[in-house]
Write a protein that binds this ligand. Sequence first.
Ligand code: AMP
Length: 117
Amino acid sequence: MSSEVFELILQGKIPAQKVFENEFVFAFKDIHPLANIHILFIHKQKTKDLQEMMTTHPEQIQQIMMAIAHYAREMGLDKSGYRIVSNVGAQAGQSVFYTHIHLLAGEVLGGFGRVKI
Ligand code: AMP
């Protein structure tokens, strides 16, 4: 999948279940949830993956992390726990080439490694 799907979501051209938005960050429910709570956090200014973001716009990762911390507090996940993951590149399983952070929570989570997130 290209990056287009997330650009269209940001433009409001395809629907998404928004859970958070501020001037920098947009967050919405993953369409194929892998946990009771599965949210994708993206920056409104596009990069293709976290590696590019950290190289060209390192301030964006702080803006996303602050949004995640805010959302986690609002949802009580700071108490119960949550996992954040970002797939970088095809071998890691990245399928949408628009930087995004997965937040998984709402249940006891399983393993890592060869498990596709
Ligand atoms: P990744 O495989 O790490 O690139 O993650 C891409 C994620 O985007 C997957 O978990 C997909 O389920 C999710 N996804 C793809 N299209 C949509 C969509 N239209 N709305 C919400 N999530 C989507």
